[in-house]
Design a binder for this molecule. Structure first.
Ligand code: HEM
Length: 424
């Protein structure tokens, strides 16, 4: 096996943010290159691929190895709904050998029947009835966070609001000790980010994940008892017939999946929405004039941001797609980030429009058997925060431009300085 450099910045393809996406040779386009997303240049590259090479092969990336990029809405849908030919195992990200010794199994990266059984075990935590019960709590916590913010002076919205609120929500869904809630976000970061980018050694990383495993094992055991009808993720996994005896690493993997799933994604939609409203004052004016549009705006924020840019599948047999032959064993990236801007499927896709006729027509939550389990939770959180924002502020001004992550999987905002302007 070739040795893999641990720092993604060590690699630079010909398709960089500085290059004109329309002038470079098609076969040189590497969509897994993080800086394209950091600088917002991925959209133009995807536009070219959708037009000239919608099912695209690239083999020069030393981290991912050769992979296919599926860029059109209909093709992404076709792959996502075809789990018989496209497997989610062994991994749903393109890099699968960054840390071969520390891969933890979780149901997002499993095929039926195991996937279905484990997913079913935790589904009650996010059922509509439970969510309506959670509504008041989400609102209470949102109000608490917003009321603690400084008025008229700049601060980082990502840290003070997006991270804080999603962490509180996760602590609720896990019934995790509230005072230790920041550990959830920290473990999520440790699990998803190369250690060097967090200033950690591989040994530090292993130590943190072991602490995470120990903490959850303790909670798992404490909650494993007859008559426990609690609907938090840990109690559900600990008491369901099919998951109560899971191996420790599978338990850790599934719990990490639920943390990661609910962490970066909602966080980045909370930040993205503020930026889109700042950039599109006319659209924000529509919301202020008619707050009934908030649910529709929430879907539009999620489409426009697309917090997870892709999911990976692996071909289980030779499959023809868009006139190309994907061979058995090859990796396929379903680019939601591109499908959600496909001009053949979505009208004026590059515009942020809060009153689209069919706002839920996007694929940011995926499709098929792995479709996001937390979509309703995420939408509820976003709806409530926007209702409370409208109650308080005339507008949220973004100072400068948000700083995006250099990441092709999580499309996220690291830092966004804002100033709050209260209602007059
Ligand atoms: C805006 C917010 C969110 C976005 C954009 C998002 C996106 C996604 C996507 C793209 C998938 C994979 C779908 C596929 O392969 O077809 C997924 C799966 C998943 N998400 Fe989310 N997600 C969000 C919020 C959440 C939240 C809040 C939770 C948990 C509370 C969550 C838990 C999960 C889980 C457990 C899976 C795996 C489902 C399975 O494999 O069956 N997500 N999500």
């Amino acid at each position: 096996m070739t040795e893999i450099p641990l720092d993604p910045d060590d690699y630079k393809p010909l398709s960089t943010p500085e290059v004109d996406p329309w002038s470079i040779e098609l076969e040189e386009i590497d969509m897994a290159y993080g800086p394209l997303f950091r600088d917002g240049k991925h959209h133009e590259y995807f536009k070219r691929l959708r037009k000239e090479d919608p099912v695209h092969f690239y083999e020069g990336n030393p981290f991912t190895g050769p992979y296919w990029s599926v860029t059109k809405f209909k093709d992404v849908m076709a792959v996502d709904t075809n789990h018989k030919q496209f497997s989610s195992e062994p991994s749903i990200v393109l890099i699968d050998n960054l840390m071969p010794d520390q891969v933890v199994p979780s149901f997002i990266a499993m095929d039926p029947p195991t996937h279905d059984v484990q997913r079913k075990a935790v589904t009650p935590a996010v059922k509509p009835l439970r969510l309506s019960e959670l509504d008041d709590l989400i609102r209470e916590r949102t109000i608490e966070v917003l009321d603690g913010l400084p008025i008229g002076e700049p601060f980082n919205w990502v840290q003070r609001v997006s991270i804080e609120l999603t962490t509180r929500m996760l602590a609720t869904l896990f019934d995790f000790p509230f005072e230790d809630r920041s550990k959830l976000t920290f473990w999520s970061d440790v699990a998803t980010t190369p250690p060097i980018q967090l200033g950690l050694t591989p040994e530090d990383r292993a130590a943190h994940l072991i602490e995470c495993l120990e903490t959850f094992t303790k909670l798992f055991k404490e909650r494993q008892h007859e008559g426990n009808e609690s609907q938090d993720f840990i109690s559900l996994l600990a008491n369901h017939d099919e998951t109560r005896d899971m191996e420790a690493m599978t338990m850790l993997g599934n719990l990490l999946l639920l943390i990661i799933g609910g962490n970066d994604t909602t966080r980045n939609s909370m930040s993205g929405g503020v930026w889109f409203c700042h950039e599109n004052p006319g659209e924000f004016a529509k919301i202020k004039a008619n707050p009934d549009l908030i649910p529709s705006m929430v879907s539009e924020i999620i489409r426009y941001q697309t917090p997870l840019s892709y999911m990976r599948r692996t071909a289980l047999e030779d499959v023809e797609l868009g006139g190309k032959l994907i061979k058995k064993g090859e990796k396929v990236a379903m680019w939601y980030a591109s499908a959600n801007r496909d001009e053949e499927e979505i009208e004026r896709p590059d515009e942020f429009i809060v009153d689209r006729p069919n706002p839920r027509h996007h694929i940011a939550f995926g499709f098929g058997i792995h479709r996001c389990m937390g979509n309703r939770v995420a939408e509820a959180q976003l709806r409530i925060i926007w209702e409370e924002i409208l109650n308080r502020y005339d507008r949220i001004e973004v100072i400068g431009k948000p700083e995006y992550l250099s990441h092709s999987f999580v499309h996220g905002i690291k830092d966004m300085q804002v100033v709050l302007h209260p209602k007059g």
